[in-house]
Design a protein around this ligand. Structure first.
Ligand code: CUO
Length: 684
């Protein structure tokens, strides 16, 4: 009988323990003796007796000729793994292809079991996740969230010693959650620390990691060359940047300064205070005023000079200004009005589908690498990379946003070369947005509320070689009260469709002055996008903040322990492709206690120019604004970021001047209450 595909997920459990050790609640893989790593072979029978006897389930693993892992160059079992490092990327690509090539689920299971104890744990997790997301016979599997498998990437290292103690001493059921203070990486003496709550938010970091899981750099061409991948790379990261800048303004900080000169010291520092449980190493810190330098690390097979980066950047700017990319044969590929951004995204990011990679290089990724090795560029101190070189952790470091401000600047340079939207491209004749308001739960109009919320997470799955059972940590994160938009639209024509687009931006710049449109447009964060049917006459549209096309619910990011608390620890976390999306608890910027003044922008665009013909029934499309829809076209035909993705037409200096009748702006206030709300439905 064919193996239930769900059993594959047990391979994610307790990543450092060998495959033959009990997984899940009490399941054991019958690992063929020949599959055991050499060191276990002589004691194979003993091992099986020890771990197999009281198993409630035995999963048979078919013995097939062992897959050839020899050409997967060695990445030590206990090294850290990063997609930004070309050597690691290539190894991952090979392993992904091996997992994709397995003929059926049984063969995949055999291949994965064979590989699991032979390859690096992070690498295995990544490659198997990508394969499960993309194979047709493993669809709809719920992958465990990275926080549960590798909690060490997100949680203060001190917590683990306490969690071990708790698990060793206190019986399950009586264990109390271990609190992670919100301020564990720095003090208020560091200005940048004011927004550590954003950078270190576990949900945001998981979102970013998940995005890169869905859009891998390497693997087979089909899984890399997804619809509008390069454009989404631009847009999703541009929006992270806009949200970060919004958050900075709420905290009296200026917008991020781009890091384009690698020869200057970097004043912002970062001390992550994370330990890698797999690598048994501390993640390196990045002290104040370090200056990047050429990276030459034989061990990582990586050599990249600042000159290389500068050359690649100059060539990319040449392409932007000339309007053409040059391919490997010297042929020009035009950067067109609508598809150019996608091509440019693939060039800047870069991935295996970058045209002419030899010439344009690997600009964005190598920036991550250079900054991630700033503390030990030639490996003389035998230090591993820092958080900036891993997409699971890089958002934590302020330098991420400085580097991505630079990346975004290149995209904006390109966007500035495009024709400006005409009134005809913005307007929807006959459709007028007559009124916009938002209601909070207290019934006050146009005031949105934020506060701190505590939530609990079970770390037991990632804590190998420990007593079984749940071990909780309690962390504090930003939260917003649900709210509702009410939009009145007049339609002078027949019944028709429109797309409602909702954005939010700060009303004033960091000096308290009103914005020029050309600056404010980059501050708009997308809040929601949905289609509406308009009947003739007046229409009232209501929409709840939890319905946002941007977000996924808290339970999907983490698995909600309050609602669905595991009893035996054998439930697999719900976290599949649908898990990608901006976390709902971060939908709103924090605001201020006095109330932060913002402008809410609502537009109804002409559906005929927005529509994408495809059937997405039964496919999860939450969070599609940043993540797209699996195996489908991006669900909006307009350029991503429309209508704020280009310079304004002649004569438009302010937002008011930009408006056409199908748009409206409403002032709203975000009020932050500095109070910590306890986890829902828990009383300890
Ligand atoms: Cu997501 Cu630089 O791409 O981190």
């Amino acid at each position: 009988m064919a193996t239930d595909k769900k059993k594959l997920l047990l391979l994610f459990d307790r990543p450092q323990e060998p495959t033959f050790v009990t997984k899940g609640n009490n399941s054991v893989f019958d690992v063929p003796i020949n599959y055991l790593p050499e060191k276990y072979k002589p004691i194979g029978v003993q091992l099986f007796n020890r771990f197999g006897e009281d198993a409630s389930e035995r999963i048979s693993v078919k013995e097939i000729p062992p897959p050839n892992l020899d050409d997967i160059p060695e990445l030590q079992r206990n090294e850290n793994f990063s997609l930004f490092i070309p050597k690691h990327r290539k190894i991952a690509g090979k392993l992904i292809r091996l997992f994709l090539a397995a003929k059926n689920v049984d063969e995949l299971l055999s291949t994965a079991v064979y590989a699991r104890d032979r390859v690096n744990a992070y690498l295995f997790h990544y490659a198997l996740s990508v394969a499960l997301l993309h194979r047709s016979d493993t669809q709809n599997l719920d992958l465990p969230s990275l926080i549960h498998v590798f909690p060490d990437k997100y949680v203060d290292s001190q917590v683990f010693a306490r969690a071990r103690e708790e698990a060793n001493i206190v019986p399950e059921g009586s264990r109390t959650p271990i609190e992670i203070p919100i301020d564990f990486t720095a003090s208020d003496l560091d200005e940048e620390h004011r927004i550590a709550y954003f950078r270190e938010d576990i949900g945001l970091n998981i979102h970013h990691w998940h995005w890169h899981l869905i859009y891998p750099f390497d693997g087979t061409r089909e899984i890399v060359a997804k619809n509008r991948r390069g454009e989404l790379f631009y847009y999703m990261h541009q929006q992270i940047q806009a949200r970060y800048n919004f958050e900075r303004l709420c905290n009296s900080l200026k917008r991020v300064k781009k890091l384009s000169n690698m020869r200057e010291p970097i004043p912002e520092a970062y001390f992550p205070k994370l330990d890698s449980l797999v690598a048994s190493r501390t993640w390196p810190s990045r002290p104040v005023n370090q200056t990047p330098s050429d990276v030459n690390r034989e061990i990582d097979q990586i050599r990249v000079n600042i000159d290389d980066l500068d050359r690649w950047r100059d060539r990319i700017f040449d392409a932007i200004h000339s309007g053409n990319i040059v391919d490997g044969n010297g042929q020009k590929i035009p950067l067109t009005e609508f598809e150019g951004i996608d091509l440019l995204g693939n060039v800047i990011e870069a991935s295996i589908i970058t045209p002419n990679r030899n010439f344009y290089g690997d600009y964005h990724n190598m920036g991550h690498v250079m900054l991630g090795y700033v503390h030990d560029p030639d490996h003389r101190f035998l230090e591993p990379f820092a958080v900036m070189a891993d997409p699971a952790t890089d958002l934590r470091d302020p330098v991420f946003f400085r580097w991505h401000a630079n990346i975004d600047d290149m995209f904006q340079e390109f966007k500035a070369t495009l024709p400006r939207y005409t009134v005809a491209q913005l307007n929807y004749p006959g459709v007028t947005v007559a009124n916009v308001s938002v209601q909070n739960q207290g019934g006050q109009p146009n005031i949105l509320n934020t506060f701190w919320q505590q939530s609990d997470l079970d770390l037991s799955r990632g804590m190998d070689f420990q007593p079984r059972g749940s071990v909780f940590v309690r962390f504090t994160h930003l939260q917003n009260q649900d709210f509702t938009y009410t939009i009145t639209v007049n339609n002078q024509g027949n019944n028709r469709m429109g797309t409602c687009r909702i954005f939010l931006a700060p009303k004033f710049d960091e000096r308290g002055n009103p914005w020029l449109f050309r600056n404010q447009k980059d501050m708009f964060i997308e809040m929601d996008r949905f289609s509406v049917s308009l009947k003739q006459g007046s229409n009232t549209i209501t929409r709840n903040s939890t319905e946002s096309s941007l977000t996924v619910p808290f339970e999907r990011t983490f698995r909600d322990l309050d609602v669905n608390r595991p009893t035996g620890g054998d439930e697999l976390e719900r976290f599949n492709f649908c898990g990608c999306g901006w976390p709902q608890h971060m939908l709103l910027p924090r605001g201020t206690e006095a109330g932060f003044q913002c402008q809410l922008f609502v537009m109804i665009s002409n559906y005929a120019d927005d529509r994408v013909e495809q059937n997405t029934d039964g496919i999860c499309s939450d969070g599609d604004t940043f993540c797209g829809i699996k195996d489908k076209l991006y669900p909006d035909r307009r350029s991503m970021g429309y209508p704020f993705d280009r310079q304004p037409r002649q004569g438009v200096d302010t937002l008011q001047q930009f408006l056409t009748p199908n748009m409206r702006v409403q002032d709203v206030n975000i009020k932050f209450t500095n109070r910590v709300v306890k986890p829902r439905n828990r009383n300890n």
